[in-house]
Structure formats: structure tokens, C-alpha cells
Design a protein around this ligand. Structure first.
Ligand SMILES: Nc1nc2c(c(=O)[nH]1)N[C@H]1C(S)=C(S)[C@@H](COP(=O)(O)O)O[C@H]1N2
Ligand SMILES: [Mo]
Length: 264
């Protein structure tokens, strides 16, 4: 997380005035007034710290946009990482038919479950963004992504009041784990799900996604590290908890010791 300036608007002075007014209204009891003032000072500092942390998170923390670049900045090579093609006949069949039979399932804590074709997704207002992808393995690349804002898809499905996270179930098994939990998946909370740069991308650098980069659909969640950007997304499940999915940590790599929240 980048260091952020102090939020304007709520000054320490205003907080002090507020706290002093509360203190004045409260019975002083037998307390020595100097000690009491020190106590108030500490409390004000605590309130101030908590408040400014919350305000920063709200205004310039999670909601801030990732930097966007220009066409001239596109990386000549964009590495394919992790799975480069899901194994198994199911994916091969989808690929052979140009993904015409592929459907994105949107279900879970929603009032109106959806089954969307690529044409359905392409009929929704698109967003294109040029961003830098940062992988924990130490490489970065700038690419242009086109897709549907995830917020739009979630809103079409109508999340219920207990919705908390969005889980992306992928077509690939990254490893043949003996406990059967080798399926790639990821999850984000609703703050990131509604972030304007969080998109379900079907295009990269002006063309349909290649198999290596996650065809036919992959997540872009630009304020987080590469492993959060699930490729080969088959199902978007809205949940109240991810404790019972995979090994319970919210993603393939989080299940293997990486942070669930991989903010950059
Ligand atoms: N389904 C799936 N999604 C995935 C992965 C994967 O192996 N399978 N690898 C992740 C990692 S670690 C990175 S850095 C990016 C790589 O995306 P790219 O191949 O388009 O560069 O995809 C992420 N999403
Ligand atoms: Mo990565």
C-alpha cells in the first residue's frame, strides 16, 4: 500500500473540540483535572488515529484506481504464467467449438442466478484499461484488458444481504493434489468486486484472450497481485464465507501460504 497523505477535512482541532464538549458534559467526579485532560488527549489521539485510518481506507485506500498507461507503454512480451492451458477433454471441447457452448455461471448468494455466453458478456457496456500486472515471482508486464465490470454482472444477479465475497472457479487444476484440492480458484471481497477497474476480461491488447492468458474469460483485479487474477473463469459464486471452499483460505495460492489480500 502506498503511503497516503493525511485526509483533509477532519482536523485534530475539530476532534478535540468534540471530545472536550463530551468531557464537559460528563460529570467530572473526583478526578484531578490535569490528569483528566491528559486522559482526554490520549483518547482523542486514539480516535483520531482510528478515524484517519478508516477515512484513508475509504477515500484513498481500497477505492483508489491503479495507474493506467498508454498504448505506447504496452509490453512487447507478456509472460504466460501458471497454467498455460487447462487439461482435460471438457476444456478442449469448449476450445474446439470456439467457446460457443461455454457459459459463465453466476450463482450463490444472488436472487437471480445467471448463465452468460461470451456474446452476452460482450453485449454489456465494456471497459478497456491498460495496467501493469505484478507477479510475486518478480516480473511485471503492461497489458490492455477489455471486459465487463464485475459490478455490472453482480448487480444483474442481485446479491442478497448476506453476500460478502465473490469466488472465481477456474477450469484448470494447477496441481494434482492428493486431497483433490488442486483446482485453481480465487476470491475477493465486495469492495474489490465493485472497484471500477475490476473486470471480467475477454480481450487483451485488442484481440480475444488467448488460451495462455485465460480464454475465454479471466479476472482483472488491478489493485492486487497477479495470482488473484483468475484465468479460465467458469463460475462466479457469491458467498457469505469461503471457509468451506478449497482448503478454506480463499484461493489456490492463499491455501498454500500466500496472503488472501494481495494489495499493491
Ligand atoms: N486459473 C488460473 N489462474 C491464474 C493462474 C493459474 O495458474 N491458473 N496463475 C496466476 C498467476 S500466479 C499469475 S502471475 C497470472 C498470470 O497471468 P498471465 O498468464 O496472463 O500472465 O495468472 C494468475 N491466474
Ligand atoms: Mo503470479
Amino acid at each position: 500500500m502506498k503511503p497516503s497523505p493525511k485526509p483533509a477535512g477532519i482536523s485534530r482541532r475539530q476532534l478535540l473540540t468534540g471530545a472536550a464538549a463530551v468531557a464537559a458534559a460528563a460529570p467530572l467526579g473526583g478526578c484531578d483535572s490535569l490528569a483528566d485532560n491528559e486522559h482526554i488527549g490520549d483518547a482523542v489521539q486514539r480516535i483520531e488515529q482510528t478515524l484517519s485510518m478508516r477515512v484513508q481506507r475509504l477515500l484513498i485506500g481500497r477505492g483508489a484506481l491503479a495507474r493506467e498507461f498508454e498504448i505506447k507503454d504496452l509490453s512487447p512480451q507478456f509472460k504466460v504464467n501458471g497454467t498455460d492451458k487447462p487439461g482435460g477433454d471438457d476444456y478442449q471441447r469448449l476450445l474446439d467449438t470456439g467457446f460457443s457452448n461455454w457459459r459463465l455461471v453466476v450463482d450463490g448468494k444472488v436472487r437471480n442466478p445467471l448463465s452468460l455466453s461470451i456474446a452476452d458478456l460482450k453485449s454489456l457496456p465494456p471497459r478497456t484499461q491498460i495496467t501493469r500486472h505484478d507477479c510475486v515471482e518478480g516480473w511485471s508486464a503492461i497489458g490492455q484488458w477489455t471486459g465487463v465490470p464485475l459490478s455490472r454482472v453482480i448487480d444483474l444477479a442481485g446479491p442478497t444481504a448476506d453476500a460478502r465475497y465473490v469466488v472465481f472457479h477456474c477450469a484448470d487444476q494447477y496441481e494434482q493434489a492428493s486431497d483433490g484440492n488442486g483446482q485453481y480458484y480465487e476470491s475477493i471481497d465486495l469492495v474489490d468486486a465493485y472497484h471500477p477497474q475490476t473486470i471480467l476480461a475477454y480481450g487483451m491488447n485488442g484481440k480475444d484472450l488467448t488460451v495462455g492468458h485465460g480464454a475465454p474469460l479471466r479476472l482483472r483485479v488491478e489493485r492486487q497481485l497477479g495470482y488473484k487474477h483468475a484465468k479460465y473463469v467458469m463460475r462466479v459464486e457469491v458467498v457469505d464465507s469461503f471457509a468451506r471452499i478449497g482448503r478454506g483460505h480463499g484461493g489456490f495460492w492463499p491455501d498454500r501460504g500466500y496472503e488472501w489480500y494481495a494489495g499493491i
